[in-house]
Structures are given as structure tokens and as C-alpha cells.
Design a protein. Structure first.
Ligand code: NDP
Length: 449
């Protein structure tokens, strides 16, 4: 077994029963293998093994009382993955399926994503196996307070700064921040995604979805195309999806499909601003299934369950924005057969390993989430800066900052393709290599921690 194969095998052995984590590690490893084999220093310093081992994992019991006065028990987590570039930074996910494999894959991805932003951000990820669906606001508040009552010891503006992810939006961030402030008696930027009235940054809610579309604009411009009139599919209907759709509409693209965990909507006439406002109300205020969209708009059809997926709808561009492993090989083949030209990931790791191989054998240009969805953490990084300065920047300024950062990530990927003679438009390998190099250099410089 070569030294390099041995590294990968030992990472798998050390982390049994963690398929999502193995998948994320393997994807990055395949990209950087040529660099590792040429750079004995990285092998000697065991840089990759260190990157694949979280600096710290905190798991804890979260007990809270529901509206029926019953005690409920959940498990809370924070994975502090890599602090070489700055304080740990990454979102919190509240979802019943959450486990350490998912959190470690997310935290691992975050390491490279945060490095790509060019901001001083380390990487972390956390959350709980709590299901916020069908819970009252009071129950969500009590859960968030109970989560923070334990987690606050590990969190702080120079230590670890959580944000939102699946199941954690502005409401949850508010309760978590309020609890931290109460426990510590300090108003500090200990969490991002706050409301603009109480320490948040303009454009944070929009940043991941808008940044994703900016990245797609730069990818298409590279091959002489634009988003105008392109038929688009966007999975999910949460934070990232809603603002991806909004920006696509501003770019005059036509969004014909979106989804949630119950099924998907195919709206042949396309989503417009009015329909998007209805969708936002349905998901954010009423917290209901997207089925209600098809009841309201006659041009739309709702498909329940998973027999057919939205990726079989003919389209030019696909933006997976729901969750991990939501596209398999068949979905990519369907997109390719129907003439799709672009897949850009709003979600983290939405393509299975086989789906990525299928993309590589197609004419579709593809951007991995660690490059394309980095806009959210980038604006979070700038929320931290504003909190430390005690000054707030305008929405216009934030829009410019987001564009500049997404453009910078795109340029970094293009430069890396040239530097390492990668295939044209090989954003997957370029993003992995560019992120890895930054973190590796910082780790080597700081010694054997
Ligand atoms: P939200 O909770 O706001 O929305 C998630 C959406 O995905 C909902 O429509 C949800 O449906 C759907 N969904 C969740 N799980 C599944 C599933 N197993 N099958 C089908 N649909 C599912 O989360 P976000 O929009 O914040 O996050 C979406 C993705 O983007 C995640 O992968 C996240 O890690 C990633 N991301 C988020 C960032 C952010 O700033 N928020 C930053 C970078 C990446 P339902 O409404 O029925 O639950």
C-alpha cells in the first residue's frame, strides 16, 4: 500500500460507521493526492490526517420542557474542526437525522470553504437532533435556551461563532443569542445571522443564495453565456433556495421547479416575484408544505414523494439547495440528457460520489458547494468584523462585498486550474486544492498542533 493510500485507509479505520464523513474526505483527498505525492513536507507533517481529525468535539445532553409539561431529551453537538485560519466558524443544524458523521462532513467541508473566502475564519459545525417542525415558538425558545446553557462555555467572538443551517433561521438565532447574552452578561458577536436591529449584518439572510447565483454568473461568463432566459431548477424551499430563486429572477432566469421534504413543484410558467412572496410566507411564517403553492397557482403541479425527482424536468441550470446526497447518478444523467449546462451547489455535498463521476463524464460545468455557497459564511465573517468594530455597513456596501468575495473565489479557482494544469472549468479539483493549500500552509507554520 502506498503512503498516500495508507493515509486514507487509516482515516476510514479511525472513523467507522461515518459514511458522509468518509465521502467528504475521499472527495477532497482525490483532488489533492497529486499535490501530496509531490510535497513530502505535507506528508511528513501529517497535514491531511490532522485536517481530518476535529480539534475538539463537544456532545451534550439538552433537556427542555414541551408545552405539555413533559421533559424532552435531545443531543447537542459542536464540532470544532480546524482553528488554523481563525476562530471556529460554521452553522448549527437542528434536524432529527443529525449525527456525528453528518456534522464531521459538514465541519470538514467548512474548513476549505472558509479558507476560500480569504477571511480569517477557522471551521466548525454543530446543532442537535432536535426537530423544530410542529413545535410552538415557546418550545423552540426553551430548546434554544437549553442548548446554549451548555454550549456557551465553548462559544465566544474570539473562540467559536455559530450561525444558521437547516432548521436554524433568524428566530432560532435570536433565542440562542439572547440566551448567550443572558448567561454571559455580554453583548458580543458570539453568533452570526442576527437581526439587523440587534447586531446583525445587512444581506446575511440573502448571502448564500445570492452568492450562489453570482458564482453561477461568473461560471457562465467564462464560457460566453449568461443566466438570462435560462430555465432553472432549484431544490429546497428554505433560506438558501428562496434567495437563490430571488436572485435568479433578478437575473431574468426562469425558475420552473423547487421542492421540500414532502415533494416538489413544477411550475411551467415559472416563479415570479408574487409567487415567491407567497412561497416565503408559506415556508417561513406558516411553516407548511409546498403543496399549498399548487393549490394557489394553477400553472403549478405538486408531486408528492420520491418516485420522480425534479431533476428529470428539462432545464439549463440546476441549483441543489436542500441537503446532502440529494442527486444520484441517474439525476445527473437525466439533467445531461435534457441538455443542462450547469450545476452549482447551494447545499453542502448534494451530489453523491457516483453523481460527481457522472458530471465529470458529461458536458455540464459544475461548482462544488465549498466554492459556490461560501457567500453565507463570508457575510457572516463580515458580520463578525462589524460587531468588533461596533459599526454597521450599508446594504449597498454588503452587496458589493458579497460580489467581490464570490468573484475572488471564482478567480482563485480559475488560477488554480491554470497553476496545476487542471481541465478547463474543473471547479471541483480547483476549489479543493486552493482551500487545502491555504489551510495546510497555516497549519505547517503554526507547528504540530
Ligand atoms: P433550511 O432549513 O432553511 O431549508 C432546507 C430546505 O431543504 C427545506 O425546504 C427542507 O424541506 C429541505 N430539506 C431538508 N432536508 C431534506 C431532505 N432530507 N429531503 C428533501 N428536502 C429536504 O436550510 P438552509 O436553506 O439554510 O440550508 C440548505 C442547504 O444549504 C444545507 O445543505 C445547508 O448545509 C446549506 N448551506 C446553508 C447555508 C446558510 O447560510 N443557511 C450556508 C451554506 C450552505 P422542509 O421545509 O420540508 O423541511
Amino acid at each position: 500500500m502506498s503512503k498516500i493510500d495508507y493515509v486514507l485507509a487509516s482515516i476510514k479505520d479511525r472513523n467507522p460507521g461515518e459514511p458522509e464523513f468518509h465521502q467528504a474526505v475521499l472527495e477532497v483527498f482525490e483532488s489533492i493526492e497529486p499535490i501530496l505525492s509531490k510535497n513530502e513536507k505535507y506528508l511528513e507533517e501529517k497535514v491531511f490526517e490532522r485536517m481530518a481529525e476535529p480539534e475538539r468535539i463537544i456532545t451534550f445532553r439538552v433537556c427542555w420542557t414541551d408545552d405539555k409539561n413533559q421533559i424532552q431529551v435531545n443531543r447537542g453537538y459542536r464540532v470544532q474542526m480546524n482553528g488554523a485560519m481563525g476562530p471556529y466558524k460554521g452553522g448549527l443544524r437542528f434536524h432529527p437525522s443529525l449525527n456525528l458523521s453528518i456534522l464531521k462532513f459538514l465541519a470538514f467541508e467548512q474548513t476549505f470553504k472558509n479558507a476560500l473566502t480569504g477571511l480569517p475564519l477557522g471551521a466548525g459545525k454543530g446543532g442537535a437532533d432536535f426537530n423544530p417542525k410542529h413545535k410552538s415558538d415557546r418550545e423552540i425558545m426553551r430548546f434554544c435556551q437549553a442548548w446554549m446553557l451548555e454550549a456557551y462555555r465553548h462559544i465566544g467572538h474570539f473562540t467559536d461563532i455559530p450561525a444558521g443551517d437547516i432548521g436554524v433561521g433568524e428566530k432560532e438565532i435570536g433565542y440562542l443569542f439572547g440566551a448567550f447574552k443572558k448567561i454571559k452578561n455580554e453583548f458580543q458577536g458570539s453568533i452570526t445571522g442576527k437581526g439587523p436591529l440587534w447586531g446583525g449584518s445587512f444581506l446575511r439572510p440573502e448571502a448564500t443564495g445570492y452568492g450562489l447565483v453570482h458564482f453561477a454568473e461568473y461560471m457562465l461568463a467564462e464560457v460566453g453565456k449568461s443566466l438570462e432566459d435560462k430555465v432553472c431548477l432549484v431544490s429546497g424551499s428554505g433560506n438558501v433556495s428562496q434567495f437563490a430563486i430571488e436572485k435568479l429572477l433578478q437575473d431574468k432566469a426562469k425558475v420552473v421547479a423547487f421542492s421540500d421534504s414532502t415533494g416538489f413543484i413544477h411550475d411551467e410558467e415559472g416563479v415570479d416575484e408574487k409567487k415567491l412572496a407567497f412561497l416565503k410566507e408559506l415556508k417561513n411564517e406558516k411553516r407548511e408544505s409546498i403543496a399549498g403553492y399548487a393549490e394557489k397557482f394553477k400553472s403549478a403541479k405538486y408531486y408528492e414523494g420520491s418516485e420522480k425527482t425534479l431533476w428529470s424536468i428539462p432545464a439549463d441550470c440546476a441549483f441543489p439547495c436542500a441537503t446532502q446526497n440529494e442527486l444520484d447518478e441517474k439525476d445527473v444523467k437525466d439533467l445531461s440528457k435534457n441538455g443542462a449546462i450547469l450545476i452549482a451547489e447551494g447545499a453542502n455535498m448534494p451530489l453523491t460520489d457516483a453523481a460527481i463521476k457522472a458530471v465529470q463524464n458529461s458536458n455540464i460545468i459544475y461548482a462544488p458547494g465549498k466554492a459556490a455557497n461560501a457567500g453565507g459564511v463570508a457575510i457572516s465573517g463580515l458580520e463578525m468584523t462589524q460587531n468588533r468594530l461596533g459599526r454597521y455597513w450599508s446594504r449597498t456596501r454588503m452587496e458589493t462585498e458579497l460580489r467581490v468575495i464570490m468573484q475572488g473565489i471564482h478567480e482563485n479557482c480559475q488560477d488554480t486550474m491554470k497553476k496545476y494544469s487542471l481541465d478547463e472549468q474543473d471547479y471541483l479539483n480547483a476549489a479543493n486544492i486552493a482551500g487545502f493549500e491555504r489551510v495546510a500552509k497555516a497549519m505547517v507554520a503554526q507547528g504540530s498542533w
